[in-house]
Design a protein. Sequence first.
Length: 345
Amino acid sequence: MQVYPNQFTNDISKGLKSCYMVFGDEPQQKFDVIGQIRTKAKSEGFEERTVLVADKDFSWSQLIEATQSLSLFSQQQFIELELPTGKPGTEGSKVLQQVASTLNRDTLLLVHGPKIGKDVQKGKWFKALDDVGVHTLCYPLEGRQLSAWISSHVQSHQLTVSPAGISLIADFCEGNLMAARQEIDKLALLYPGQSVTEQQIEAAMVDQSRFNVFQLVDVMLAGDANKCIKMLGRLESEGLEPNIVIWALVREWETLNKLKLVMSSGQQVQWQRFGIWRNRQGGYETALRRLSQDNLDHIHIALSQADLAFKQESIAKPYVKLSHLCMMFMGLSVFHIPFMDLTQQ
């Protein structure tokens, strides 16, 4: 049975099912849903939790053993199984079908992973688990769905916000639910139990427009130079502090450099260990293909120099400098461009 994320709280309040499947590429909704399952499980006496990850080193016998083992401390087993690819494979499919037929009140199974397609949902293992449980798909929200999500969380904090204020929050966060959640939490601290005006929202959020930088970074990693420059122009017009963009670029360089070192050593990249969700892996893979270690070393030097100059406020045209830095991430040579030295004379 499918339960939408916005209906999940009501559904789980009626009691635990034997199995939950949570898939999708929207992290905040996934965190919320999985968090509710864990909390409810603990309140129902599932004190012992076994976490399994079906990676290349995983043996499906581990799942069978987990469902059949009894602990000295607890008769109830809560098993979390992560499917990094969203698919269990042929052997995993058979095991999951077997497990589905043996689940009972003392065994709770949570299966989660990235976005899945209709082909996965039509699989025998998926249907077998769905027959004894619930599946929830967490996808990015836009338009009315995003506004409804924001309204719901605003109300849960006992705040009153007009439709225009809801739209303002949505515009600032642009579909980034994690950012929206943080902004609503902040408003609740600033104006507890109050009616919050659009002016108060704008004043509270102006220093958090850095969340737009995340979108800039994704465009930069993908190598879309034209869109990247347009976004920089927008951020400049909004008055975003250049130091925030530098902070984001330094963070991305650190991630790319670590990934390059792992790949150069012949190891397989464990994306989630770097905090990279499946829907963003493509951008990093594209960037790593076009950037050599020499490129990354040159970017590091340029970022260090720019960071120091920005802190000393000696950059006359900071967003021009930021454009040059972004182009370096896109593998473009900028050393022939006039005004590369943009310090004040």
